[in-house]
Unconditional design. Structure first.
Length: 268
């Protein structure tokens, strides 16, 4: 897990700021929201039948990028997350670890951060040899989601690490693509802290291709959730598998100024 902070004060800052993170209120019916095959009624994303494997160039084209995000986000990297020490969780163990890991051998990835203390997003577009292989992969993801009821990770600086636990809850999502699976992990603040950290992960299959998004950060009443980003990612992949060229749906006016700086600067 990318959760070794430069110093313990960083996590305290996240608590103090009450930064938005993944999702609005979560349910407690169960750990997995399995939307199943069908049509995404809220977004108009069809159940797709693309049977051929996408190449690397197509996946890069379909991948969620900074131009698709609202103003206020910036590019992030795995190295920056490692140095920063907090980000999307990376649990050990086959079941829980596979939920946050890259889902196939053919994939493209982008990472984003809103501030140095979150929220954070890892977005992937990926493809398998054929639709049957993709169906099998999503079934394995679904089974892992059912089996991963909780996991523990170590957070904090290398000299003062703390072991914390995340517990699975249902993440309600609309039907997306041909089939999809979504779930949320919740970490309550340690000790007297009331802050809750949410980690959402969603996998969507579109024929032989798919999108995989994970978002983590502090729960907040103004949180927009992972849903809008997933829908944008699915729409982009839909366009690519239909031989189209997607266009950015959002704007990020400071992307040039922030090039090389993975975090937005605060202004008084």
């Amino acid at each position: 897990m990318n959760t070794t902070p430069r110093n313990a004060a960083l996590l305290a800052t996240a608590v103090a700021l009450g930064l938005l993170a993944a999702g609005c209120g979560s349910g407690t019916v169960g750990p997995v929201a399995d939307t199943g095959p069908g049509r995404a009624a809220e977004t108009g994303s069809p159940a797709l039948g693309a049977a051929e494997r996408l190449g690397r160039d197509d996946l890069e084209l379909a991948l969620l990028d900074i131009g698709d995000l609202p103003s206020g986000w910036a590019p992030d990297t795995a190295k920056a997350a490692e140095e920063r020490g907090i980000g999307v969780p990376e649990p050990d163990g086959r079941q829980c670890g596979s939920l946050f890991d890259k889902p196939s051998d053919e994939w493209a990835e982008n990472r984003f951060a809103r501030t140095e203390v979150g929220p954070f997003v890892v977005a992937r577009a990926h493809s398998w040899q054929n639709a049957e292989a993709a169906e099998k992969a999503l079934e394995e993801f679904r089974e892992a989601a059912e089996e991963c009821e909780s996991f523990e990770v170590e957070e904090g600086p290398s000299h003062d690490r703390t072991r914390v636990g995340y517990t699975a809850e249902r993440l309600r999502m609309p039907e997306l693509g041909d089939e999809s699976v979504a779930l949320r992990f919740v970490r309550e603040g340690p000790g007297d802290e009331e802050t809750t950290v949410l980690a959402d992960v969603v996998s969507v299959r579109l024929g032989a291709a798919g999108v995989h998004l994970a978002q983590a950060g502090v729960d907040d009443e103004d949180a927009t959730g992972i849903g809008p980003l997933v829908r944008t990612a699915v729409d982009k992949l839909d366009e690519v598998v239909s031989d189209g060229t997607p266009e950015p749906t959002g704007s990020f006016p400071d992307v040039t100024r922030l090039n090389g700086d993975p975090y937005p600067r605060r202004h008084d």
